[in-house]
Design a protein around this ligand. Structure first.
Ligand SMILES: [Zn+2]
Length: 554
């Protein structure tokens, strides 16, 4: 069945591809293909598009685009929340890395070891990205924090911009847009800060600076504006909403922001108001609550305890040996339980999930990605051990493979409301960021498994449209997002009855050995990019047909 991305009813047809294009969609193609995929009983859809990722750094060490590539993603947009690796002057990379390191939790060692810094301007950076091997398409946006640092150096972290500073930013922004950057992004949110506690550079900007820069995008005539806004305080949000509304109307630049769980209705109202005034603001929704994943291969909240630090600083083999030692175990369990009981395992000042200790009664022993898992307290009760002992036992029994997870922050009802709203896009995976603590790359397969198949809240064609045509339209990506003759052949072949995210695992394979969560999917038989099969049943074919997609004015 062809589920073509338009939201129309699925239909039975052959899909013919020549070169990188779809050349035939209809019953019984007359020509035979050199390579044919029998999709009988399966769905053939456009490749999925993710508008909110942070693959900026990962692009340099991972040509596949994991874990998104295993979930049917064929195009990712990055440079979100104001964070990009360009523009950057030689000698100031440190400042750009600092913006990304803490706010998006991408290990500094990996960025230093894994990135070949061969650019200063955004245009030069795009040429480098263009030349990287890629299994998916990349779209870049220019980030305000880097742009500000480019124009102002260290002052970007403390001062308001002078008219000359703004002109410096505008000049570089104009050139980035002319080179094909898809838009401009910023963050105004208070948990985006540096390791030393200072706000990221974009947060120092006054609204007039943001207005001027979005005005540059408007004058260019193409490109979007992505912003990260807080909704915790309804009064502050109301002021921000009015500013965004005015900006969307005056510049005609499409504005997008990730929906937050606080005061959801206020945020959705803003989207409706903008539409009513001829502006375009779309919200980014998700199909799952925020996750907090941990295993004995990732940092653990226990690691701050001196007894644990000694053990956990050892290589994994040595840790396993020590954790099997009765006396060592007793010591670790006692210190962890005492610290847990007196609430000392969480660092309240940190925004990173790995610095917070969830309640054991909310911590899942991950055996399934979407079905119900037992909680740590359930299994501890069954085995007659304490929760900490259980976590150690499961870690040792699995050679540290067992993953624990907590899902929090969004009620199902709100996820549903946000996804069903007509001015939202189900994207916002944050893929590439928070790589050792948060799942996100599975939001597309979760939509199809959980919300379509299990809960039947969306039809298959509605969900496919949400993952393809809707983000393509929102970000203005031409020639993609529909299965139609003449479109680029980015396609998925999947089984609607089995597609699902897999159980996450942790790998220690980033540059400099840093951990990352790896999550595959089941039920996707093939992913095709520009006519070349890139993945078959979750295995990379070796093909790297991905491109940097540059925005054209048409
Ligand atoms: Zn982000």
């Amino acid at each position: 069945m062809v589920v073509d991305g338009s939201g129309g009813a699925p239909f039975r047809a052959d899909v013919g591809v020549r070169g990188d294009r779809i050349v035939f969609v209809g019953p019984r193609a007359k020509e035979r293909g050199a390579r044919e995929i029998d999709a009988d009983g399966l769905a053939v859809s456009p490749g999925f598009i993710d508008g909110h990722t942070h693959m900026d750094a990962q692009a340099f060490w991972d040509p596949l685009g994991a874990s998104s590539c295993w979930h049917g993603i064929t195009t990712v947009v990055y440079g979100n929340c104001g964070f990009t690796l360009a523009p950057v002057r030689d000698g100031e990379r440190e400042l750009v890395v600092a913006n990304l390191e803490n706010a998006e939790d991408i290990p500094r060692e990996s960025m230093e070891a894994g990135i070949d810094w061969r650019w200063q301007t955004f245009r030069e950076y795009m040429d480098v990205v263009d030349g990287l091997p890629k299994a998916i398409n990349h779209i870049v946006q220019i980030g305000h924090s880097a742009l500000r640092t480019w124009a102002m150096g260290e002052r970007a972290f403390s001062e308001k911009a002078t008219p000359e500073d703004v002109e410096g930013m505008a000049t570089e922004l104009r050139d980035a847009l002319a080179a094909g950057a898809y838009g401009f992004t910023t963050s105004t949110i208070d948990n985006h800060h540096l390791k030393d506690g200072r706000p990221v550079a974009s947060r120092i900007a006054g609204w007039d600076e943001i207005e001027a820069l979005v005005g540059v995008v408007g004058d260019h005539g193409a490109g979007g504006f992505g912003v990260t806004v807080d909704s915790k305080d309804p009064d502050a949000f109301a002021r921000n909403a009015q500013q965004l509304l005015d900006l969307a109307i005056s510049t005609r630049v499409p504005v997008t922001f990730g929906l937050r769980r606080w005061h959801l209705q206020d945020q959705l109202e803003l989207l409706d108001r903008a539409a009513g005034h001829g502006g375009r603001i779309f919200g980014q929704s998700r199909s799952e609550p925020f996750s907090h994943i941990m295993s004995f291969k990732t940092p653990l909240p226990f690691d701050r305890l001196p007894e644990w630090r000694d053990v956990r600083s050892q290589p994994i083999d040595a840790q396993l040996r020590l954790l099997r030692d009765h006396d060592v175990r007793q010591r670790l369990v006692a210190s962890a339980e005492a610290a847990y009981a007196s609430d000392q395992l969480s660092n309240k000042a940190s925004v990173h999930p790995q610095d917070q200790m969830p309640a054991f009664s909310e911590l899942q022993v991950m055996r399934h990605a979407i079905k119900r898992n037992p909680m740590v307290t359930d299994l501890a009760g069954e085995r007659g051990v304490s929760p900490v002992e259980l976590m150690i036992d499961l870690a040792v029994e699995s050679d540290f493979e067992q993953v624990f997870g907590r899902f929090t922050g969004w009620a199902d009802q709100d996820l549903r409301t946000a996804m069903k709203h007509r001015h939202t896009v189900m994207t916002f995976s944050d893929s590439g960021a928070h790589i050792s603590s948060i799942l996100g790359a599975s939001i597309q397969t979760r939509l199809l498994a959980d919300w379509v198949r299990e809960r039947q809240e969306f039809t298959l064609e509605e969900a496919v449209r949400m993952l393809t045509f809707v983000p393509a339209r929102a970000w203005g990506i031409p020639e993609r997002g529909l299965v139609r003759e003449g479109m680029i052949a980015d396609l998925n072949v999947f089984d609607p009855a089995t597609i699902a995210p897999g159980v996450p695992v942790v790998e220690l394979d980033l540059p400099a050995g840093a951990p990352r969560i790896k999550q595959k999917a089941t039920g996707i038989l093939a992913t095709v990019l520009a006519g070349a099969e890139t993945f078959s049943n979750g295995e990379h074919s070796g093909a790297l047909p991905g491109r940097l997609l540059r925005r054209s004015l048409f």
